[in-house]
Design a protein around this ligand. Structure first.
Ligand code: ADP
Ligand code: MG
Length: 244
């Protein structure tokens, strides 16, 4: 079976600056991959390329069977298969929790009102936010908003979920709430790629850990590499991580 995510020698530049300098890794169905590394090492860029928010200049990149290195991949089909959640929650402030989740279901998936509401209730229950259906985002904590953002992604029933430092803006307690939701998703078999600073979380849930450094994969392996890193650089990175 071919991988859900497959990067081979991916190069990406912004102008003259090369940010991804030949990145190769793959993620199989049902796997959780954690991308870790210093700020500026290219983690977010790699993730954004997987949803084709950025185009690549070299190498090949396949996500859910879509060949993203080709000139005109079917972006609508890609976005149906891939959900992405960012550090900032990006909820619509003028819409209730329920409306935030049902909007894309109605507009993109063309679901009827009743069916969209039913699916919204399902995913909001999953993230523990069912009782906040009629509330507006500003009335929620950051952790609650982030769980709604995750529910919104899940509602589309993606094959792959991408998470970019979704807990970085949250205090420890709210971080825990969100990590528990992600851990549950992982245990249900969701294929996930997550950029994270949470080393203990990566150690617990990641099948594959990818340590990026200066636009390259510096070290990669099972979560065991977080316990016994091979390279001096990963060892130092782990030692500096606050929650190690
Ligand atoms: P990370 O997520 O690991 O912190 P990023 O992928 O965000 O790293 O950034 C990698 C490098 O690319 C950084 O040097 C950053 O300044 C640069 N970069 C990111 N986005 C852009 C952009 N839109 N235009 C120019 N440079 C960018
Ligand atoms: Mg980043």
């Amino acid at each position: 079976m071919s991988p859900i995510v497959d990067l081979i020698d991916v190069h990406k530049s912004y102008g003259m600056v090369e940010v991804l300098k030949g990145v190769t890794f793959s993620v199989n169905k049902g796997e959780v991959a954690a991308i870790i590394g210093q700020s500026g090492s290219g983690k977010s860029t790699a993730l954004r390329c997987m949803d084709r928010l950025e185009t690549i200049q070299g190498g090949t990149l396949e996500v859910c069977g879509h060949r993203l290195h080709t000139p005109n991949p079917d972006l609508k089909a890609l976005r149906r298969d891939v959900g992405i959640v960012f550090q900032s929650y990006n909820l619509y402030p003028h819409l209730t929790v329920e409306e935030n989740v049902t909007l894309a279901l109605r507009l993109v998936r063309r679901l009827g009102k009743a069916e969209a509401r039913e699916r919204a209730a399902d995913v909001l229950k999953k993230v523990g936010m069912l009782e906040k259906l009629t509330v507006y985002p500003e009335q929620l904590s950051g952790g609650q908003q982030q769980r709604v953002a995750i529910a919104r992604g899940l509602a589309m029933e993606p094959e792959l979920m991408l998470f970019d430092e979704v807990t970085s803006a949250l205090d420890p307690q709210l971080t825990g709430e969100v990590l528990r939701v992600m851990e549950q998703l992982a245990s249900e078999g969701m294929t996930m790629v997550l950029v994270t600073h949470e080393m203990s979380f990566a150690r617990k849930v990641a099948d594959k850990v990818i340590y990026m450094r200066n636009g390259r994969v510096h070290e990669m392996g099972t979560s065991e590499i977080l316990r016994s890193p091979e390279t001096k650089e990963l060892g130092e990175f782990i030692a500096e991580a606050t929650d190690a």
